[in-house]
Design a protein around this ligand. Structure first.
Ligand SMILES: Nc1ncnc2c1ncn2[C@@H]1O[C@H](COP(=O)(O)OP(=O)(O)O)[C@@H](O)[C@H]1O
Ligand SMILES: [Mg+2]
Length: 261
């Protein structure tokens, strides 16, 4: 097999608290191909957010390695990592927008941090707002937007520095099913258009089924199974996947491709 774009090898993450040690991630290994939409599913508390925070090194792994392209991220200095982090976009459940900035200002922010010229910022922001379908809202403030529109701003901001990877931590969990699907459609669209590798974390099986090619099931900090989405749905072996698939069997959402955002 060719060398995967992202290789997470035997990582563990431990926290110490009140003289006790908790191992939140246990010997996790994942290989993710370039241009893939890779889903990681697990119940609340399984360690999904911790894993994503290790991938952009907001947390440092206790042991193991994470390689993205040619870069071993834990070997980078803090300064190098800050720079490299511009190549890792991230979106969140609660959008995490700056309330005091307009849509335009939110998307411009990472470009300002990267010290881009004003002309370049204007061009790039206009381009991305068009791509995510909210160009007409560029002077609005977050409080004037719907949840779906806010997440589009979140996505636009994450894309501003032309990242190699987009990390999505429960990005559609706060949205109603129809809006959620329209945001997932957008992620699929940018994955195709920009050939962007997406790691999508969710507790929803529907989200994985609708969006991802490959997946892993995280169970109490352990990868319980991983493989092609189709194969796991046909023959789940982990307890989590079995429970999810059983409980979600009748929950598939019919989606009318209207202009809902
Ligand atoms: N900074 C931390 N210190 C100690 N424990 C933590 C910390 N962050 C997360 N945890 C614990 O790690 C476990 C996994 O959390 P998290 O990664 O947020 O799970 P998920 O995103 O799957 O819901 C939880 O039991 C949580 O309490
Ligand atoms: Mg989480």
């Amino acid at each position: 097999m060719a060398v995967p774009f992202i290789e997470i090898k035997n990582i563990s993450k431990k926290y110490k608290s009140h003289k006790q040690e908790f191992e939140i991630l246990k010997n996790i290994s994942l290989e993710i191909e370039k241009g893939d939409i890779f889903g990681i599913v697990g119940f609340s508390g399984a360690g999904k957010s911790t894993l994503i925070r290790c991938i952009n090194r907001l947390e440092t792994v206790t042991s193991g390695t994470i390689r993205i392209g040619k870069v071993e991220i834990n070997k980078l200095s803090k300064k190098e990592m800050n720079l490299y982090r511009q190549k890792i976009g991230i979106i969140f459940q609660h959008f995490n927008l700056f309330d005091s900035r307009t849509v335009f200002g939110n998307v411009a922010f990472p470009l300002e941090v990267a010290k881009k010229k004003k002309k370049e910022i204007n061009k790039k922001v206009t381009e991305i707002l068009e791509l995510v379908g909210i160009a007409n809202k560029q002077n609005f403030y977050p409080e004037q937007l719907s949840g779906g529109q806010k997440q589009r701003v979140g996505i636009a901001r994450a894309l501003a520095n032309t990242p190699d990877i987009l990390l999505s931590d429960e990005a559609t969990s706060a949205l109603d099913p129809v809006t959620s699907l329209s945001v997932l459609d957008l992620l699929k669209d940018i994955n195709k258009k920009l050939k962007l590798t997406i790691i999508l974390i969710t507790h929803s099986l529907d989200v994985i089924k609708y969006t991802c090619n490959n997946m892993a099931v995280l169970e109490n900090g352990v990868i319980a199974e991983k493989g092609k989405v189709k194969d796991i749905f046909e023959n789940p072996t982990s307890t989590t996947a079995k429970v999810f698939i059983k409980n979600n069997a009748n929950l598939s959402v019919t989606y009318n491709r209207g202009n809902v955002i």
